[in-house]
Design a protein around this ligand. Structure first.
Ligand code: NAD
Ligand code: MG
Length: 388
């Protein structure tokens, strides 16, 4: 429609699961969105393909060894090509786009996102680790620069959608729904033997490897509790988790009068991605609709935090605050990386995180530099625990 000004999008992490789905949304709405910046870490083949299709202003390849390949492949275009970590930050600060889709995975997404906020850009945030690590600094920067941080994570998008029109009304609590992952109902004697290929089979969502493992351990829900605290300015005890295996109710908000709002739909990331890119508008699409006959029953149950101890560790880190979520995140990134390489077992991930949390000194109110130090210390210690 005419009231929708065309939005220039910078997709950081365009070759990932979220990034490529965002490009599908952009391709379906060429009158509303253009892809001005595309970035990838090492998948130069897909980055080149995306660049030739969407003709962005700029592409960045994180891995500097691949600069030449990308540059040559795009030599017949006027697309600018940059490489390296520093280029990600520089480009995040450039004028050529309106909104960043932060879809890099892990701690690596923090600096570019901060640069975007510093430059006064709206951020559609998929990268939850950014808020887990340094949520106070990130949200403070957004407030200071008066720019919105719009959640892409489906649960947080659900809460965000429930809050539209409720600006003056206090939240009593938010309830994050969790699918429970592929091992819902399983006990430690089963989990101890679980291997990567099995853990990579998520029942409801197709996602990148790291978040898929996090979903299997329930760490993902723990990270999301911390993410929710920062996005919606909540106290730790206002964030709850409820297992909902069908993934139709994406999350709920309970207000002070006891009224509960939920946002529902089929589990398809293109929905929250499109909502964030188009906010405050809703735009039509042809995605499949939820039919109440399939699934006909929506069920809810408490999470088993005794078995899925990562969720308990993350909840504890949320309550403790300071650098604890940052340390938890770093140890978890190392643990997941090692599990994906068959170096440690499924339950070893939890032990690794727990021991790292015991090792790294607590900092109550870290600066950004201290967050980086805690992250580094936690990574080094966690890596030292993995036997060769
Ligand atoms: P992915 O692994 O599929 O993609 C990650 C992207 O980040 C790729 O483009 C990769 O090139 C880039 N990248 C990785 N390491 C990098 C580095 N060191 N420097 C620069 N770029 C780097 O991941 P994903 O599943 O798309 O998830 C992206 C983020 O969105 C994660 O934080 C995840 O938790 C969050 N998220 C994903 C989903 C989903 O459905 N996939 C849902 C909710 C939230
Ligand atoms: Mg989620």
């Amino acid at each position: 429609s005419n009231s929708f000004p065309q939005r220039r999008i910078a997709i950081f992490g365009s070759t990932g699961s979220v990034g490529s789905q965002a490009l599908e949304v952009i391709a379906s709405n060429p009158d509303k969105f253009t892809a001005e910046v595309l970035t990838a870490f090492s998948n130069e083949e897909l980055l080149i393909k995306q660049a030739l299709h969407f003709n962005p202003n700029i592409v960045v390849i994180g891995d500097e060894h691949k600069y030449k390949i990308v540059k040559e492949a795009l030599s017949n275009t006027d697309i600018k090509v940059f490489a390296g970590e520093k280029a990600l930050e520089d480009v995040a600060g450039m004028d050529c786009y309106d909104m960043m889709l932060a879809a890099i995975v892990g701690f690596a997404g923090l600096r570019p996102t901060l640069c975007a906020l510093e430059a006064g850009k709206a951020v559609a945030l998929a990268n939850k680790e950014t808020l887990v690590v340094a949520g106070d600094i990130v949200m403070q920067k957004a407030i200071e620069k008066r720019v919105p941080v719009i959640p892409v994570d489906s649960e947080h998008s659900a809460i965000f959608q429930c809050l539209v029109g409720e600006t003056r009304n206090k939240i009593e609590k938010v309830i994050l729904t969790a699918s429970g992952g592929p091992f819902l109902g399983k006990k430690p004697n089963y989990l101890v033997n679980v291997k990567r290929d099995h853990a990579l089979q998520h029942p409801n969502w197709q996602m990148g490897a790291k978040i898929t493992i996090d979903s299997a351990t329930l760490m993902n829900k723990g990270l999301e509790m911390i993410e929710a605290k920062w996005l919606f300015d909540l106290e730790p005890d206002q964030v709850q988790v409820l297992v909902h295996p069908q993934s139709i109710v994406h999350s709920l908000v309970q207000f002070e009068d006891g009224s509960i709002k939920a946002q529902m739909g089929l589990p398809d990331m293109k929905l929250p991605i499109q909502y964030a890119l188009a906010f405050p508008h809703r735009i039509p699409n042809q995605f499949p609709r939820y039919n109440f006959r399939n699934p006909a029953q929506l069920t809810f149950e408490e999470p088993d935090t005794k078995t899925f101890r990562n969720l308990q560790l993350a909840t504890d880190a949320l309550f403790r605050g300071g650098n604890q979520p940052c340390v938890l995140n770093a140890a978890n990134e190392i643990a997941v990386f090692a599990f994906l390489r068959n170096r440690i077992g499924f339950l070893d991930m939890t032990d690794l995180i727990e021991r790292t949390l015991q090792y790294v000194p607590v900092i109550e109110k870290p600066t950004l530099e201290e967050y980086f130090e805690s992250d580094g210390e936690a990574r080094n210690f966690a890596a030292s625990l993995i036997k060769l």
